[in-house]
Design a protein around this ligand. Structure first.
Ligand SMILES: [Zn+2]
Length: 202
């Protein structure tokens, strides 16, 4: 198992500075429950996570928490999604849900049995459950979510006993790039709030 730090792949889309930020829901994760998971060095994983990161970046330009997702079938992207919760005022408009719907349309089937999902942030309970329902073949994510991660951090739906589908999970792909985008986003949100509070922006 490639679990050592040396085996961590370099991501070409590494973001900006990494700081621990008070109040950032992703800043206090230092270590997490997923350290036992293998970190993939697959070029394929890096390539598709880079595509998911592009969608996360776009989400940020729309004022959305930057989370992006792609679904891949036979080395081809068949579903894309990015967080649209604010734009749509829809609590379930997560990147994964939108990508799953698009992929199912592309496949002409709700079964995504031979597909891999790449998402920049560890899936929440809803999305981890949707991956069970879609019969996904595999899930790859970037950084862990200590407040909502449900494929290993708070719990693990992907291997939950009794469910009729399980799927392998690989975490930590382009981890720093994925995390830094979230940290940058929340830093900007806080800075903006402070400016408003100080009366420097009307
Ligand atoms: Zn979700």
């Amino acid at each position: 198992m490639a679990g050592s730090a040396e085996a961590t792949p370099r991501c070409s889309l590494t973001g900006n500075t990494k700081e621990e930020i008070a109040g950032d829901p992703l800043a206090d994760e230092a270590t997490d429950g997923n350290t036992a998971q293998p970190v993939s060095t697959s070029e394929t994983d890096l390539r598709f996570m880079a595509e998911a990161l592009k969608l996360a970046d776009y989400a940020a330009t729309q004022g959305e928490v930057p989370v992006g997702c792609v679904i891949v079938f036979e080395d081809r992207i068949i579903g894309r999604g990015y967080n649209l919760r604010e734009s749509n005022q829809d609590p379930i408009a997560h990147a994964e849900i939108l990508a799953i719907s698009e992929a199912a349309k592309a496949m002409g089937s709700w079964r995504l049995e031979d597909c891999t999902l790449y998402v920049t942030l560890e899936p929440c309970p809803m999305c981890a459950g949707a991956l069970v329902l879609s019969r996904i073949a595999r899930c790859v994510y970037g950084c862990t979510d200590p407040k909502a991660g449900f494929v290993g951090t708070l719990a693990d739906i992907s291997q939950f006993p009794g469910l009729n589908h399980h799927y392998p999970v690989t975490g930590g792909v382009c981890e720093e790039a994925c995390r830094s985008r979230l940290q940058d986003f929340f830093r900007a949100v806080r800075a903006n709030k402070k400016l408003r509070r100080d009366g420097r922006v009307v």
